[in-house]
Ligand binder design. Structure first.
Ligand SMILES: *Cc1c(COP(=O)(O)O)cnc(C)c1O
Length: 364
């Protein structure tokens, strides 16, 4: 089995210089330990809509011998209908990571540096390395917020996650609009992987700002991390750039299951609302419980919380939780190495987590 931690030491004379220079992204672990409480990769604890499963079963047919629709029209129509935009303002991708990758290559690579926060989704610098994009990181404020005023300087593009990861902090739409009106000369990408858990999407603003690209995923709020579907919404000129990259790389990034399942997920608003509300409720109870144990918890608009304990070292705490069968994510980065990022699971998972923490904190 491929293990990036072990593979790190390998070098081969067969590699291209590009490959030698890469620093790949390391995903959260997916161990095959039974009864593990997995709060480390921001997956949704609830299953996808039953209508998704029905659509997938219908796709398991002889038609699999045929290529899927290269344009994923059913999915684009479903996204366009959901957000009240036109299908030529929608790009469909094999996970939002792919939409991001194409945006980096097709829209964010310019002589002036790309700007993004110093603490954010760690895939951004990886894409810069892959595509040879010059970038500068902009520090978060002392409160771990993105201050868009700091991005008002010459740039070849701006990208940020809203809510940001791994902090969970949200920028209000009015602030984003103020920034867009003063940064009209380069592309602004808003990565809304977590927007459905407490924020308002910037998608309606694509009509007014032709340089705005909004990227979303079905992995988190629509419980489909295993299906690999994401999309981007923007002006037709931005979408066309992504289509040009896509059609120079892989004509069929979404298979028949992905197109059918994702379209069904977009159409089932009731299931979507019920499950995301449940996640939000659990986040609020868990936040209060963690605060009761002395944790400082950043106010989160996402399906995870970012919390630190005043006494306990975060890495030690993550290790102790692991021994008790609970996985949370710890990042070694500057300023965040004393935080734990805890995904929101079911109420039952939150209860187990709190019991484990009480037990650990108690035996000091
Ligand atoms: C999870 C995540 C993604 C990737 O989502 P996929 O659609 O599963 O590729 C993108 N951006 C951020 C900030 C994320 O947390």
């Amino acid at each position: 089995m491929y293990n990036p931690f072990i593979a790190e030491g390998i070098m081969s004379r067969f590699w291209s210089t590009t490959v030698r220079g890469l620093t790949p992204y390391i995903p959260g672990e997916q161990p095959k330990i039974p009864n593990l409480i997995k709060l480390n990769t921001n997956e949704n604890p609830y299953g996808p809509s039953p209508r998704v499963l029905e659509a997938l079963r219908a796709e398991a047919a002889d038609t699999l011998r045929l290529y899927p629709d290269p344009n994923a029209e059913r999915l684009k129509d479903a996204v366009a209908a959901y957000y009240g935009v036109s299908p030529n303002q929608v790009f469909a991708a094999n996970g939002s990571d792919e939409a991001l990758a194409h945006a980096f290559q097709g829209l964010l690579k310019h002589p002036a540096p790309l700007l993004f926060p110093d603490i954010t989704y760690s895939f951004y610098p990886v894409y810069c390395g892959l595509y040879g994009i010059t970038y500068e990181t902009v520090p978060l404020t002392d409160d771990f917020d993105i201050d868009l005023e700091d991005y008002l300087r010459p740039n070849g593009g701006v990208i940020f996650a809203n809510p940001n990861a791994p902090t969970g902090r949200l920028i209000p739409l009015s602030i984003i609009e103020g920034f867009l009106s003063r940064n009209a000369g380069s592309v602004v990408v808003v990565d809304e992987a977590y927007i459905d858990f407490g924020g308002e999407t910037a998608i309606p603003m694509v009509e007014r700002y032709p340089n705005l690209l909004v990227i979303q995923t079905l992995s988190k709020s629509r419980s489909l991390a295993g299906l690999r579907v994401g999309f981007a919404v923007g002006s037709p000129e931005l979408i066309e750039a992504l289509e040009r990259v896509k059609n120079s790389f892989n004509s069929y990034p979404l298979d028949r299951f992905a197109i059918a399942g994702a379209a069904a997920a977009m159409a089932d608003r009731a299931h979507f609302d019920k499950t995301r509300q449940a996640v939000i409720r659990t986040r609020e109870t868990l936040t209060t419980a963690l605060q009761g144990m002395g944790f400082a918890v950043l106010p989160s608009a996402a399906n995870f919380v970012f919390a630190r304990h005043p006494i306990w070292d975060a890495e030690v705490l993550a290790g102790r939780l692991r021994e008790k069968g609970i996985l949370v994510r710890h990042f070694k980065g500057h300023r965040i190495d004393q935080f734990l990022r805890i995904s929101i699971g079911t109420d039952e998972a939150a209860l187990h987590l709190c019991q484990a923490l009480l037990c650990i904190l108690g035996d000091r």
